[in-house]
Design a protein around this ligand. Structure first.
Ligand code: ADP
Length: 517
């Protein structure tokens, strides 16, 4: 049978280890250790000092001593441990007498033990008696177990502090990274969601963390298919081993952005994946630019090639020496060449304008302008190109002249009229006219009886290179630049443009412009 005090010592030590695993803070742990140690060696007070980073020893926990008296016990640990060779106990009674007097507290006996982690001295534990016999070697022996516990507690606390500091540092790096960073567990549940991702997606960390990434990001293909569900590289590892996914993320505010995720797996000692760190980048601009380049190339190759080959064909035919062309055939052929050259000219102007717009907005040359005169001149020219359409002009008598850029507005009218002709392949009536608008504005309209535009396309047709995808559009030459330019020019005049249309019911394009000074 164990002696009674041994049993109690065990119980105390057990209690201290339990407290340690419950992660009590360092001061409470040291107090608990002191309290148990004092009791087991039948003392009345105790003190633990710890060495700071700069080597200075400072009191850290005490029991049975008035708080204000604790620092006055400093003679006890002064120089202790600086030279560990000297026996600390040698003059400790003298030191105790000095300290007791300074503190005004009567302590008669003291026992002290160093707290050590390996070879490193990290502090001392002191236990005091106010009365009774001196501490025995056995007391010192018993106390050693408590000193060890205190040393382990300090060691753990320091490790914990280091780990927390390191984790905070890592968190700060992740949190402030310019790229979106998302950490997910092997089941694709989001663990970390940094600030850049919040800004990118409009989804807060609280909303994202704890949910599966395929629900939160829900990347889509252009056609609307789910990237996350069908081709996630974490579920369907690709042959080249590259853990990469890209797709459209539809934000709550309606904006669609292209996101690219690069995953790097983190493994444990056994090579098992514990988590994936995903770098999330916004590829919207890049992809748009690439797409634009692609479109531009195909538009140029297609649209420029057609008129050039027609011109070349006609010129070659007309120039044949063996053919004796009559005047009428010659005139017809030359007319076609001129028409195609005009088309080329129009196309090149549009392309140049579009790139100018991109480079720095539209600079207007304003002058007083009669829209009606300008419209009539344009109509005359365009009417000559078609027999199937009749173009009617209608302006009210009181229609005012406006301040505008003549050249640019002529392009607007030409583009709108050209479209009205192009997109009413069956012919019909076209009406161009003016109306007085609200608040010192005028309105210009171009109305046709053509194929019309589906509602979903009515905004998009003003985007650069956008064309409605139907059979007619595919067969009709065009670049998708005309309305983009119309909108840019009209907006540069502080005006606006819109369309009223329904498929099969024709379209009316409206341009509203301020009259100006
Ligand atoms: P383009 O005519 O060169 O294709 P635009 O920018 O002028 O380019 O027009 C964009 C698209 O809008 C056209 O491709 C066509 O699908 C549609 N569109 C424009 N005007 C009309 C119209 N009057 N009627 C029907 N569709 C039109």
């Amino acid at each position: 049978m164990l002696p009674d005090f041994r049993l109690r010592q065990r119980e105390y030590l057990l209690e201290i280890s339990r407290a340690m695993s419950a992660r009590l803070d360092l001061s409470s742990l040291l107090e608990l250790t002191l309290k148990s140690a004092v009791e087991i060696v039948a003392g009345q007070a105790g003190l633990i000092t710890l060495r700071r980073d700069d080597g200075e020893m400072v009191p850290w926990a005490s029991i049975g001593l008035p708080i204000r008296a604790v620092p006055l016990f400093e003679p006890l640990w002064r120089d202790l441990g600086k030279d560990t060779e000297t026996d600390a106990a040698a003059d400790i009674s003298l030191r105790l007498a000095l300290a007791s007097r300074a503190a005004g507290v009567q302590m008669r006996q003291v026992v002290s033990l160093p707290l050590q982690i390996g070879d490193e001295l990290i502090g001392f534990i002191f236990i005091f008696r106010t009365r009774g016999a001196a501490f025995s070697p056995n007391d010192r022996h018993v106390l050693a177990a408590f000193a060890d516990q205190a040393a382990v507690a300090v060691h753990n606390a320091r490790l914990y502090q280091q780990v927390s500091a390191e984790r905070e540092r890592l968190n700060a790096i992740i949190e402030n990274s310019g790229d979106g960073v998302m950490i997910i567990n092997p089941y694709r549940i989001i663990q970390t969601w940094n600030k850049a991702l919040v800004n990118l997606t409009g989804i807060s960390a609280e909303e994202a963390i704890g949910r599966p990434c395929y629900e939160v990001l829900d990347l889509r293909t252009k056609q609307g298919g789910s990237v996350c569900h069908t081709t996630c590289p974490l579920v369907h590892p690709p042959e080249d081993g590259r853990l990469y996914a890209e797709g459209l993320h539809h934000r709550a505010d309606g904006l669609a952005i292209t996101l690219a995720d690069n995953y790097s797996p983190q493994t444990n000692n056994e090579g098992k994946v514990t988590q994936f760190v995903a770098n999330v980048r916004d590829m919207t601009r890049l992809r748009e630019a690439e797409e634009l380049k692609q479109t531009l190339l195909s538009v140029i190759s297609h649209e420029l090639k057609t008129p050039v080959s027609i011109i070349k064909g006609y010129a070659g035919t007309l120039a044949r020496e063996d053919a004796n062309w009559d005047k009428a055939t010659l005139a017809d052929g030359l007319a076609v060449i001129e028409e195609e050259a005009d088309r080329l000219d129009h196309l090149i102007t549009n392309l140049l304008e579009a790139s100018q717009l991109q480079a720095g907005g539209v600079k207007l040359k304003l002058s007083l302008l009669s829209l009606e005169d300008m419209v009539r001149t344009s109509v005359e020219k365009l009417q000559a190109t078609t027999e199937k359409h009749t173009i009617k002009v209608s302006f009210p008598a009181n229609f005012p002249p406006i301040q505008a850029d003549h050249e640019r507005l002529r392009e607007v009218v030409t583009n709108l009229l050209g479209n009205a002709i192009k997109y009413s392949p069956g012919g019909g009536a076209i009406e161009v006219g003016g109306r007085l608008g609200p608040a010192n504005t005028v309105r210009l309209f171009v109305k046709d009886e053509g194929i019309g535009i589906p509602p979903a396309e009515q905004e998009r047709i003003f985007e650069r290179f956008h064309r409605v995808d139907n059979r007619l559009a595919r067969q009709t030459p065009g670049t998708g630049l005309g309305l983009f330019l119309v909108k840019a020019v009209v907006e540069a005049h502080n005006g606006k443009v819109w369309v009223d249309s329904a498929p099969g019911k024709g379209s009316t394009f409206w341009v509203e412009l301020p009259v100006g000074q």
